[in-house]
Design a protein around this ligand. Structure first.
Ligand SMILES: [Ca+2]
Ligand SMILES: [Ca+2]
Length: 274
């Protein structure tokens, strides 16, 4: 382990600790109206927001804050206008915008840290504080889970609408599994046979057979599913949801052989059973 590598490991862990979770940026930075181009129309939207005659959605705000200072202001409009005219070809370097989701292998010998801004997953050996690999996985990775034997890592990649399959020893992506829109969270049950992926924008949970790496079911759930957890007997999966101004816990009851979960309501929570 070189000193540089050790320092990198510490920096990665520090980033995990320091940065709080913020809404993910799925659009092109500067493209406020999401038409695929950065034009004066985008700058105009920012100016209208600054003078109070327009209100941006959270997604539009994320695209508008091109200098990454946390506010939509005149400076952003100037940057976008300069970009549109060709006077500049890049926006200012931004600080990391997202926290780093982390997962540990079952044996505890390794952790995987997601860098959503860099599009990478870093694998660290817990003995010796060493970086083993930094793997490019795609656009906006959001979460990671290890297979039961720790040899494979499954990474949700939001903008690619897929789960990247990483061979940990090789430090390389060896496959991709198509899931829903904006996959956010992933959990593998304790038996190691099923992976569950929350598709935030689809309002579904994809059920993946770990051995075959095939999606064997897609479960409709309440809107904006995010966090996932499974019970020790692998019989239930719990899903949290992001809703403006509130947090709702959705509980899913899942049988190992089942692939679809019709929901029923119970008090304020949604319970899904077979
Ligand atoms: Ca635009
Ligand atoms: Ca700004």
């Amino acid at each position: 382990m070189s000193r540089t590598g050790r320092r990198t490991a510490k920096l990665v862990l520090a980033a995990v600790l320091l940065f709080t979770l913020t809404p993910l940026v799925f659009g092109l930075l500067g493209d406020v109206d999401d038409d695929g181009q950065i034009t004066t129309a985008d700058a105009q939207m920012v100016l209208e927001t600054v003078v109070g005659i327009r209100t941006l959605s959270p997604t539009e705000e994320a695209a508008a804050d091109v200098d990454g200072n946390g506010a939509v202001d005149v400076a952003d409009a100037q940057w976008i206008a300069q970009f549109a005219s060709g006077a500049v070809t890049a926006f200012p370097e931004r600080l990391p915008q997202h926290s780093g989701p982390i997962a540990a292998s079952r044996k505890g010998d390794r952790v995987a840290v997601v860098d959503p801004d860099g599009g990478t997953v870093v694998f660290l050996a817990t003995a010796g504080d060493t970086v083993e690999a930094m793997v490019d996985v795609g656009r906006e990775p959001t979460s990671v889970a290890f297979s039961r034997d720790g040899r494979t890592a499954f990474v949700t990649v939001a903008r690619d609408r897929s789960v990247a399959v990483v061979d940990v020893a090789a430090g390389a992506v060896v496959g991709a599994i198509d899931v829903g829109v904006e996959p956010f969270g992933i959990v593998i049950d304790f038996r190691g046979s099923r992976a569950y992926v929350s598709n935030a924008a689809s309002g579904t949970v994809s059920v993946i057979d770990v051995a075959s790496r095939a999606v064997v079911g897609t479960v409709p759930v309440a809107s904006q599913p995010q966090g996932l957890a499974t019970t020790a007997d692998s019989s239930k999966v719990y899903v949290t949801h992001l809703k403006p101004g509130e947090t709702e816990l959705t509980m899913q009851e899942i049988e190992e052989s089942s692939t679809r979960i019709p929901p029923r309501m119970l008090q304020n929570n949604q319970v899904f059973e077979f």
